[in-house]
Write a protein that binds this ligand. Structure first.
Ligand SMILES: Nc1ncnc2c1ncn2[C@@H]1O[C@H](COP(=O)(O)OP(=O)(O)O)[C@@H](O)[C@H]1O
Ligand SMILES: Nc1ccn([C@@H]2O[C@H](COP(=O)(O)OP(=O)(O)O)[C@@H](O)[C@H]2O)c(=O)n1
Length: 708
């Protein structure tokens, strides 16, 4: 997950490959609650691992439910059979509506019937999301429910510690026009108290988002409770209903999450050698309403082949076709249509989406504002949004090939690219779907990069969204930004590069490690690395061959040579000296070229070494030549070694370092020197934080993202 302030997406060109999506949020949280309410244990597989499911798991555990983790996406829930194990608890439910609503109903009924008291709260936005209709329905039933701040909104106090009779004889009336989760909550909760007679729910108003009710009814059935439905007005839970565990249940991949990859397949030209986007874990037999996004995407031109548990998407009509659609049946996935509309041949209208206004944020306002940032013309109403793409029809598909003005090239702030698109900073309003939707704007025909603020908000439902997106998107290498940090030993390149990379969410290339690896591998094979031997052409040739067949693997924080962890061995001063000698051999440098170029992956790279800016990435948009006085560098290295418990003599370090500088600067091939367009940074009198801030300032100065 990208836990950084903002993530810059380079302009993307093509997409293709297979994705496996995380489990459905709606199913995951319903299944967890049902498993906890059931008799007997339930093994839940393919569970979504996200903020909202964590909130539900924490709440259930706080209520005394035993839940064991049995795998990366699996838990075993020990059902409590509808009996409360804890009579008083304060539960924090973040911004998870799928936890707040059903827990409110289930706990209200149990607290009233069994005598208990709970407090349910969430983040400030949760306290602005209405729950009054559900509270009214629970009060009709005789449950003491108190709104602690504002009437109709969380936080709530549920129950008063006393047992009260429940009034279950008359039909329970609930409104269905604000959120279908109120009905879901009652449907999940009422089987707990249907021992003595049928329990009937009647809709007081038209029900929205009906497909979510279908998920609820489907899952109730999996847990042994069949609800009789009369149209969408009346639901009857039969007397004697009781939850029983199905034993094992697998969660489908999330259909709303699938919408981004369906849209991706429809928008992006296929990467050569691929057949568009294949999505596993969800297909046309899904029980999730958002699977009907497939129909909407087809209307816009997507070519989708569906199987029971998989989808394949290719670009069909291009530009996409503008549509006018009632989206009541796909409230969440419909947001993705708003971004597809940016690539359409006319104006798209999405109707009947009033519920967007009370979701994680006011989604109509958010989508309208951010589409406008990109250059679209947008009209919004109480329950619709109308989007005209930047300067009318988006002419011409985004292709591979070279960007006219290159993603890594700065654009003027506020500049308008081809086709009226603007380089935008997208606000995400702590709303995962806004962040995911607008990532698709990176395919804009103007080939402008897109900045996504607070990308970690995707953690609500899809923590690895951007990693998954990057795994199937391609763009020409020159559009992937590289920041080069070259300089002499112990100037702080490695430290600076790592910090800058982690702030920007970029990959890291420690090119020195590759030369160190060659030195180490040579030593292990008994191949001499003395300067005298390396002058022998046959020996240099052998060293080049060794470098070409280097069996190396990088994992976070570790380097492996032929399967062995050599992280520590590589940092030894002797390894640095050997690296300095072998790195002067042209055959070695040539052998390591492709390996280094292959580090240039989405969304960007920070490369540290001696010749990053001069030889390996000559077109990089930012090159820093980092230096400090030899004395300062020797002191830093001394401190570094001593702190690791490695004995070191300052005078020897200074002499070695000067010898290394001289060799690196005077060798014939790729000598250490600043690139002509490098910026010099002497950090003799700067601490690490100041050096990092300086480089980030230079980097941001090269971008043309508007400050909002
Ligand atoms: N700007 C700085 N000020 C003080 N110490 C620094 C600075 N940059 C790096 N260091 C320290 O100097 C040592 C060498 O830094 P390192 O990043 O390993 O250098 P290089 O990769 O250039 O050889 C480390 O202990 C690091 O913490
Ligand atoms: N791009 C690079 C990186 C390192 N090197 C060589 O590899 C040696 C070790 O590099 P390093 O970056 O790990 O060394 P330190 O600066 O960390 O001491 C350097 O002294 C250079 O001789 C190189 O020639 N080209």
């Amino acid at each position: 997950m990208y836990s950084i302030p903002s993530l810059d997406l380079p302009p993307l060109a093509t997409a293709g490959g297979r994705v496996r999506l995380p489990g459905s949020k709606s199913i995951s949280n319903r299944v967890l609650l049902l498993a906890a309410l059931s008799e007997g244990p339930t093994q839940v597989d393919d569970l979504l691992d996200s903020d909202d499911t964590r909130v539900m798991l924490d709440a259930l555990r706080a209520l005394g439910c035993q839940i064991d983790t049995t795998g990366p996406q699996s838990v075993r829930v020990q059902g409590m059979g509808g009996r409360l194990a804890v009579r008083e608890a304060a539960l924090f439910l973040g911004n998870a509506g799928t936890a707040m609503r059903p827990l409110t109903a289930a706990l209200a009924l149990m607290a009233t019937a069994q005598g208990a008291r709970f407090e349910l709260s969430g983040v400030p936005r949760m306290h602005e999301r209405p729950i009054g209709d559900l509270v009214d329905a629970l009060r009709q039933l005789g449950c003491p429910v108190q709104c602690l701040h504002n009437e109709g909104y969380p936080p709530l106090r549920i129950g008063d510690g006393q047992v009260h009779p429940l009034r279950l004889d008359a039909p329970i009336r609930v409104r269905g026009d604000v959120s279908s989760q109120f009905l879901t909550a009652l449907l999940l909760a009422l089987p707990l108290v249907a021992q003595h007679g049928d329990v009937v729910i009647e809709m007081a108003t038209e029900l929205i988002s009906k497909p979510y009710i279908e998920i609820t009814l489907n899952l109730l059935e999996r847990f042994g409770v069949r609800v009789q439905r009369d149209g969408w007005d009346r639901f009857t839970i039969a007397r004697g209903s009781r939850y029983t565990s199905p034993g094992r249940i697998a969660v489908e991949a999330d259909a709303s999450s699938a919408s981004y990859f369906i849209a991706l397949g429809a928008i992006a030209a296929p990467t050569p050698g691929t057949d568009g986007i294949a999505i596993d874990g969800i297909g046309l037999s899904s029980i999730q309403g958002d699977i009907r996004f497939v129909e909407a995407a087809r209307l816009m031109g997507a070519d989708i082949v569906g199987e029971d548990n998989a989808l394949r998407v290719r670009r069909g009509a291009w530009p996409l076709k503008a549509i006018d659609l009632d989206c009541n049946h796909i409230p969440d996935a419909a947001m993705t249509l708003a971004v597809m509309a940016l690539y359409a041949d006319g104006t798209t209208t999405l109707r009947n989406i009033a519920s967007w206004r009370v979701k994680e944020t006011d989604r109509i306002a958010a989508m309208a504002t951010e589409c406008r940032q990109l250059g679209a013309t947008v009209e919004e109403g109480a329950d619709f949004i109308r989007i005209t793409p930047p300067r009318g029809p988006a002419a011409g598909p985004p292709q591979g090939g070279t960007a006219p003005s290159g993603g890594s090239e700065p654009h003027e702030v506020g500049s308008v690219g081809a086709h009226g698109w603007r380089q935008a900073t997208i606000h995400t309003y702590d709303d995962h779907r806004v962040a995911m939707c607008f990532s698709l704007a990176a395919f804009n025909p103007a080939q402008l990069p897109v900045r996504i603020d607070d990308p970690k908000c995707v953690g609500k439902t899809f923590p690895d969204y951007f990693e998954t997106l990057f795994s199937v998107c391609r763009t020409p290498a020159e559009r992937i930004p590289v920041i080069c940090i070259d300089g002499p030993t112990a100037s702080g390149k490695g430290t600076l590069a790592a910090e800058v990379a982690s702030t920007l969410g970029y990959h890291l290339l420690d090119s020195g490690a590759l030369y160190r690896l060659v030195g180490l591998a040579a030593e292990r094979e008994g191949l001499s690395t003395t300067e005298a031997d390396l002058r022998d052409p046959a020996h240099a040739e052998r060293m080049g061959e060794l470098a070409a067949r280097l069996d190396v693997r990088f994992t976070p924080g570790k380097t492996w040579l032929e399967g062995e962890d050599v992280t520590e061995a590589l940092r030894a001063e002797a390894a640095g000296m050997a690296a300095s000698r072998v790195s002067a051999v042209p055959q070695v440098r040539a052998a390591l070229l492709d390996l280094q170029l292959n580090f240039r992956h989405l969304p960007g790279l920070v490369a540290d070494g001696r010749d990053m800016g001069t030889v390996i990435f000559p077109g990089a948009p930012l090159k820093v030549y980092l230096t400090a006085s030899a004395e300062q560098r020797a002191l830093r290295r001394h401190k570094q070694l001593i702190s690791k418990g490695i004995p070191a003599i300052l005078a020897d370090l200074l002499a070695d370092l000067q010898a290394r500088d001289a060799r690196d600067m005077n060798r014939t091939h790729a000598p250490l020197k600043p690139a002509e367009d490098a910026v010099l940074l002497d950090n003799s009198h700067l601490d690490i934080e100041q050096s990092v801030a300086r480089v980030l300032d230079w980097w941001h100065g090269k971008q043309a993202f508007p400050v909002r």
